[in-house]
Write a protein that binds this ligand. Sequence first.
Ligand code: FEO
Length: 176
Amino acid sequence: MMISKKMEEALNQQIAFEGYASFLYLSMATWCDHKGLQGCAKFLQRQSDEERMHMLKIFEYLSDVDGFALTPGIKEPPRKFKTVQEVFKSVYEHEQKVTQSINKLVTLAKNEEDHATQSFLQWYINEQREEEALMRTVLDRIGLIGDGPQSLYFIDKELDALNQAAAAEAAGGAGA
Ligand code: FEO
């Protein structure tokens, strides 16, 4: 099957969006690393890798449906952030925007009766639900820790606990 030009263009915009998210989270990771927040940096590096994977999945899909994936020019993300709380709030807000964008793609695929793209996008719907839930967990924990004198130390420890849980899951031990 061949994809419509309109759908192809919209998916290419999503490629650019995912690519920007990957660079944004990488920039945030560097900032955290520089502040000595290794747990936060590692968490954001992993999120950055995830976004690259989200981007590449669309490349593959476009190739499967005889479309052409465009390698995007990526705008430089911010280099500096005020606080670690602000960093994670921005990640959450960015993820909410990505969700809206995926929802628009689904609507377009529906209107075009493009069932293959609709089916492809279901993976992203589930992924966004998980990512938003994860970021809400992070924000809730940061909120519980508060902004007392040792809060950065405890926030970093919490993020590192999430890194370890992710590593255990990646090792195939979900629930182990
Ligand atoms: Fe690819 Fe986190 O959205």
